[in-house]
Design a protein around this ligand. Structure first.
Ligand code: ADP
Ligand code: MG
Length: 191
């Protein structure tokens, strides 16, 4: 078993065992840190995600973003076997335009438009673990590694996690892409 595999297993056990009230409290703190951030204020097109296996839940932020007139997108898995996903903007209210898709993750469906990844301003990147240089470990499918290559040079990539998912260093492969920062319940840290 690889080091990545060991880290995934340990963090997922901890994350899936996090009590609901802790998950809600930490998620609301992450949402608050993002809501007050300069990076969000200057972003118009934002790719977020819908939570899976205990991930930080950003949904409190989504109505607010749409009320502000921001364009909100979520990923849709297009080719599960090849680890390929595509972002889609969802019309207001976002809740009416998502339904369970691959891996049973909620994904855009209904009033949606495909988004050009190169034109996104801000991407919230979920993950299993992140390190002090904002490298990311996912579930092992490489979905985000492939996707992040398609972003614009201006697109800001922010990892979203509980603080316990952040470690000194995680193993890196040549295809792994560093993010621009990470936001946890302790706040937003940009490199
Ligand atoms: P994760 O980032 O989900 O934790 P890994 O970094 O271990 O997972 O990558 C999972 C798989 O995806 C690896 O087999 C890797 O070769 C493949 N992969 C990652 N990025 C790319 C890419 N840009 N092109 C092709 N395959 C990739
Ligand atoms: Mg990777």
């Amino acid at each position: 078993m690889t080091d990545k595999h060991h880290i995934r297993k340990a963090v997922l056990v901890k994350r899936e065992g996090l009590p609901c009230e802790k998950q809600a409290l930490f998620s609301s703190r992450v949402v608050e840190a993002l809501r007050q951030s300069e990076v969000l204020a200057r972003s118009t097109s934002i790719l977020a995600y819908l939570p899976f296996r205990g991930e930080v839940d950003l949904s409190l932020l989504f109505d607010w973003l749409q009320d502000q007139g921001k364009k909100l997108a979520f990923p849709k898995i297009i080719d599960k076997a090849n680890g390929y996903m595509e972002p889609y903007f969802v019309d207001t209210p976002w809740r009416n335009n998502v339904k369970p898709g691959a891996f049973n993750i909620l994904e855009p469906e209904g009033d949606i438009r495909v988004a050009n990844p190169a034109l996104l301003d801000l991407v919230f990147v979920p993950g299993v673990a992140f390190d002090s240089e904002s490298y990311r470990l996912g579930f092992g499918g490489g979905f985000y590694d492939r996707f992040l290559l398609r972003l614009g040079t201006h697109t800001l990539k922010v990892g979203i996690a509980y603080q316990f998912q952040v470690m000194a260093q995680i193993p890196r492969d040549p295809h792994d892409i560093a993010l621009d920062g990470v936001c946890t319940e302790r706040g937003l840290f940009l490199k």
